[in-house]
Structure formats: structure tokens, C-alpha cells
Design a binder for this molecule. Structure first.
Ligand SMILES: [Zn+2]
Ligand SMILES: [Zn+2]
Length: 255
């Protein structure tokens, strides 16, 4: 007999066939296509999940990028990477938890979330971000979290904003309010590509502040930090509206 909470309908021939097929052809890992093992995490085998590459805890004072020569960097008063010495950033600090390489698992996992709508995988990644973030920056330095918004058309098509889910996980774990509607994307921007200058032009004036942010220290949250153009456009809008300080926390950082 079935337990009391089992669905009332019987087991159909189709269910039995599906179970047999599953035994014969176990679901492969979404990334490496090997059969899922007992260590699997939401469609990823234990090997793939375990090889998500962490960012080192020490690096450029502003963007966290690791130095090829940490000993040399330690001598500098404020050790900044080449990017940060040239960029005019509006955010004070940016940190990421995972390293995003072209052939890496972090990239594959984030693309699965974005294009494959793997929400359960996103929840696992969000928990990883929330758990690991304190190794990279002090969350007590911030008054609230601001997810980088999607344009409403893209959000509607995708059905969720991954930045918002990431921010909510961090907020829950660390007791920080999530200012979900502090920013809106007032201009749909083409998908980002190109160098810093092209990306900066692409997102310029794309964001507007919708909530009272004056005097607050705000931590922007997004899935990927690429050149920093999006983070800078958001930070500029928040600072212009009176925010005291803006930082950036992302799940992953592109090389
Ligand atoms: Zn795998
Ligand atoms: Zn840097």
C-alpha cells in the first residue's frame, strides 16, 4: 500500500517505464554529462559543484582581483590592479566569490541559470554567495542590499531576476534589508559585449533611483562582474541620489 500522503492516482505504466529508463540511463550532469552521483547539487555532479573556483581572499583593494605578484603588491600603500588604477569607479569596493573563466564551471552554471531557468541551481549558488561573502568583505559596513535590476521586459521574459534572488539570500543570512525597488532599469540595453568603454556607453543613464537612499551605505548585488560598467552606472545613480557609499558584491568575477 502507498503511504497516506502519496498521490491518490495509481502508478501508471508510463511511471514504471520512466523509472526503468532512469535506472538504465541516469540523468547526466548538466555540465560534464557524466551520471549524477550522490554528491550532486541540483543537476550538477559532485565533481562539477566541487570544482567551482573560488576567488582568493586577497587582491586589489578596490576590485579584489588577485595580483600575479602578491609580494610586490603588499609594498604598495593602497594596492590597486591595473584596471583600478585606470578606471574612474563610483563604487568603493567590489568583491566576488567565484572566478568566471571561459571554460570554467562557474560560467556554465550561471548560463544554466540564465538560459535554462535552473532556479534550484540559482538557490544553491545564492546560498554559497551568502555563506562565503564574509570572507571577502564586511557585511556590517552596509545598510542595505540593492539588486541590479533587469529591464522589466527581460525580467518578464525570464520570469525572475537572478540578482534579486542572490540579494535576498545574502539579506536573509546577514540580517540586511533588500531594497528591491531602489533602482530600476529605465532603458533596455542590448546584451553587453565589448570592452569597458563600449559597455560604459551601453549602460550610461540606464538606471534610475526610485526609493529614498540618501545617507545610506549600499551594497549592489549582481551575478557577474565583467568590466564594472553596470556596477558603475548603478553606483553613479545611487550616489547622485545621495547614497553615502556604494559597494558591489557579485557571485562571480570575469577574468
Ligand atoms: Zn559534472
Ligand atoms: Zn582592481
Amino acid at each position: 500500500m502507498f503511504p497516506a500522503d502519496a498521490p491518490s492516482r495509481g502508478v501508471s505504466a508510463r511511471d514504471i517505464l520512466a523509472a526503468c529508463l532512469h535506472l538504465l540511463f541516469p540523468t547526466p550532469c548538466h555540465i560534464c554529462r557524466r551520471p549524477l552521483d550522490s554528491q550532486r547539487v541540483s543537476g550538477l555532479c559532485g565533481g562539477c559543484w566541487g570544482s567551482l573556483e573560488r576567488m582568493p581572499a586577497e587582491g586589489c583593494a578596490r576590485c579584489g582581483w588577485p595580483f600575479p605578484d602578491p609580494a610586490g603588491a603588499r609594498g604598495a600603500e593602497v594596492p590597486l590592479c591595473q584596471r583600478c588604477r585606470q578606471a574612474r569607479d563610483h563604487f568603493r569596493v567590489a568583491r566576488a566569490v567565484l572566478r568566471y573563466r571561459d571554460d570554467g564551471v562557474a560560467r556554465a552554471a550561471i548560463l544554466l541559470v540564465k538560459h535554462g531557468r535552473r532556479l534550484s541551481l540559482l538557490r544553491h549558488l545564492a546560498r554559497l554567495l551568502a555563506e562565503s561573502a564574509p570572507q571577502y568583505l564586511s557585511l556590517q559596513d552596509w545598510d542595505g542590499l540593492v539588486p541590479v535590476p533587469l529591464h522589466w521586459v527581460r525580467r518578464w521574459r525570464r520570469g525572475f531576476n537572478q540578482a534579486e534572488m542572490l540579494a535576498r539570500a545574502v539579506g536573509r543570512r546577514h540580517g540586511l534589508p533588500v531594497l528591491g525597488r531602489a533602482l530600476s532599469r529605465v532603458r533596455a540595453t542590448p546584451l553587453q559585449s565589448g570592452d569597458f568603454e563600449a559597455r560604459r556607453r551601453n549602460v550610461r543613464d540606464a538606471f534610475a533611483v526610485q526609493r529614498e537612499v540618501a545617507g545610506r551605505r549600499l551594497l549592489l548585488v549582481d551575478d557577474v562582474f565583467t568590466t564594472g560598467a553596470t556596477a558603475n552606472a548603478c553606483a553613479a545613480a545611487l550616489l547622485q541620489a545621495g547614497a553615502a557609499e556604494v559597494g558591489v558584491l557579485t557571485l562571480a568575477r570575469v577574468e
